[in-house]
Design a protein around this ligand. Structure first.
Ligand SMILES: Cc1cc2nc3c(=O)[nH]c(=O)nc-3n(C[C@H](O)[C@H](O)[C@H](O)COP(=O)(O)O)c2cc1C
Length: 218
């Protein structure tokens, strides 16, 4: 699939069909496309407009290999737990996700580009209120990046398993201690199709005036 020259997909279509695409082709992705989706990510808000983000575009097989190893280490634990829950409950949707995550873990090194979204000056001993406002300054940009990737027909997923050890991730990426890796986004041309996504109906999660007043439930 080609990247359109301008990303003019209607916003609603991009939002309705953007989903975690984990099965990616190994084919290369032009730097121009990667920089375009990161440029659009930078339109997002940050606390005090600090713009204290850093994006590492990982293409070096040695660095990818380190992230792949860390992803697998975390996945060996979470995947085992997930599989035993899915087998016990017979949750077919969960089994499908687990298969896709397993595929991603098995093919991580083949992903053409991995973007790591980071924040400057997030120190490990932050009190939680400061930490939550700090991390709140990276996720809007990550969501922008995911939507821009969708409009570019790229496959993408927001993942955090490779970051189970902040220290090891920092070492792999050459980050100083004052820059925290927050989200990993493997990018490439999708093997499968986009959306639609399954989400809870709006009336089920919205209350009017007071929690629990489900006035918008049909
Ligand atoms: C904070 C956060 C962390 C996530 N970490 C991972 C991860 O480590 N590995 C993974 O495969 N997916 C990860 N995901 C993706 C979710 O599993 C995915 O967004 C969710 O299942 C919905 O998928 P869908 O958009 O395809 O419906 C993460 C999502 C979020 C928001």
């Amino acid at each position: 699939m080609d990247t359109p020259s301008t990303l003019d997909m209607p916003l609603e279509e991009a939002m309705m069909t953007q989903r975690a695409i984990r099965r990616l082709k190994p084919d290369p992705v032009d730097d121009a496309v990667i920089l375009k989706v990161i440029e659009l990510a930078l339109r997002a808000p940050t606390g005090s407009n600090a713009q204290n983000w850093e994006f590492i575009v990982v293409k070096d097989p040695a660095v990818k290999g380190k992230l792949a190893r860390m992803n697998r280490q975390a996945w060996n634990i979470y995947g085992g737990i997930g599989r035993s829950i899915a087998n016990r409950t017979g949750d077919e949707a969960m089994k499908k996700i687990l298969k896709a995550v397993q595929w991603q873990a098995d093919h991580f090194e083949e992903v053409p580009v991995i973007v790591v979204a980071c924040l400057k000056a997030v120190i490990p001993w932050f009190p939680s209120i400061a930490a939550s406002s700090a991390y709140g300054s990276i996720y809007p940009s990550v969501q922008n990046l995911l939507l821009a990737a969708r409009a570019a027909n790229l496959g993408a997923a927001l993942i955090t398993l490779p970051l189970w050890s902040r220290f090891r991730a920092q070492r792999a990426l050459g980050l100083p201690m004052t820059i925290a890796p927050c989200a990993v986004i493997p990018l490439g041309w999708p093997k499968g199709k986009y959306g639609p996504t399954t989400r809870r109906p709006v009336g089920e999660v919205v209350s009017l005036d007071r929690y629990g007043n489900r006035a918008f439930l049909e």
